[in-house]
Write a protein that binds this ligand. Sequence first.
Ligand SMILES: [Cu+2]
Length: 129
Amino acid sequence: MTINRRAFTEILASFGVIIALPALAQGKTIEVSMRNSPKGMFVPATVNISAGDTVVWTNPGVITHTVTFDPAQAATPTNVALPAGVAPFGSDNMEEDATFSHTFTVKGTYKYVCNMHEAMGMVGTVVVS
Ligand SMILES: [Cu+2]
């Protein structure tokens, strides 16, 4: 049996399910993990996404990390880069199982750090096109 999308939506609605179709039509979600071994690192370190996509960082381990897109919070400010006009942003300290997400609406190259492990190379890049 096949049913069309509208019928399917109405069936779900009859059960009280609210469907956010516009939200589904928006960007993809890309996951980045915060690893501790062999050193602190973002995996993948570089993600290539489209404007409107959301990146979700997850810390699966017991070592606290951050997602920091703020040069003022970086030991080496040039490790952070933002497209012109984009205000700094980032997470608080992320304990085990914490997540932080950000939807990128401005195209360009973003560079970020974990402000605890930047010195060991825990840096990442998000390229939005
Ligand atoms: Cu870290």
